[in-house]
Design a protein. Structure first.
Length: 252
């Protein structure tokens, strides 16, 4: 009788163990990882450019500062006429510096004052890309000494990013379904998702102008009629926006 009781207990334990094992097998899932991307070229609609006015005087700092103010005021007044504040355009002073400049004198074996220098850097942010050449030319004609740091961008970048992520996500799921069906399995869930966007210039536009030549100094003496001449051609190129998407799907 004891032996039969032992057999019954073993059988029950075996049945329970089989039930747990079978349930675990049903819940076991594999994973399938897919990486996709999407991209688009779009024309920039916003530009930022740095315009700097540098002046100097050998004897007096306030004389250099006064000359700088006069030139900067003229440039500000001209830019205010071109930009459209109602469209998000703006001007701002990025940096203003007034300082003595010293050089080393080998005969005296020490630093000596060479001049006083004043620098005023103006940032122009505008959606009026078509007039960028005119902005540059007229600024130089009014006394700007440096034009650099052109930066083109797209105001609708976030919307385009979302659109491309949606495209890449659908592409990823479609590929995962094909792979799952070919492997005699099916997708039952998502383990993890990673998505993001980046951008770069399809045609980089490096631009740096040092307006210090005699020709530019002569232009500064001309009237604003220079704006009626052919403006400096500036090509913005296109911006490429990339969306990268990766996901791991649960399989059964």
């Amino acid at each position: 009788m004891k032996n039969w009781g032992y057999v019954v207990i073993v059988l029950i334990a075996g049945i329970i163990g089989y039930g747990f094992a079978n349930k675990n097998n049903e819940n076991e899932k594999g994973t399938l990882s897919v990486n996709t991307s999407a991209e688009a070229e779009i024309a920039p609609d916003t530009v930022e450019v740095s315009i700097t006015v540098k002046t100097s005087d050998k004897n007096l700092l306030n004389k250099a500062a006064k000359e700088n103010k006069e030139k900067s005021d003229k440039i500000y007044a001209m830019l205010q006429q071109i930009i459209d504040k109602n469209n998000g355009d703006y001007l701002k002073t990025a940096n203003y510096n007034a300082q003595p400049v010293y050089v080393y004198n080998h005969e005296l074996k020490k630093q000596v004052l060479e001049k006083y220098e004043v620098s005023n850097q103006i940032i122009v942010h505008t959606k009026n890309i078509a007039q960028l050449g005119e902005i540059i030319d007229r600024s130089i004609s009014l006394g700007a000494t440096n034009v650099d740091d052109l930066n083109f961008s797209v105001s609708g970048y976030e919307a385009k990013c979302r659109e491309l992520i949606d495209e890449a996500a659908k592409k990823a799921y479609g590929r995962a379904e094909v792979a799952a069906q070919a492997s005699k399995t099916k997708i039952v869930g998502v383990q993890i998702i990673n998505a993001g966007c980046s951008e770069n210039n399809a045609r980089p536009v490096p631009y740096r102008m040092m307006a210090k030549s005699a020709m530019m100094l002569n232009m500064a003496e001309m009237s604003d009629g220079v704006a009626n001449e052919a403006a400096t051609p500036i090509q913005s190129g296109n911006l490429k926006v990339f969306a990268n998407f990766s996901a791991s799907y649960w399989l059964k």
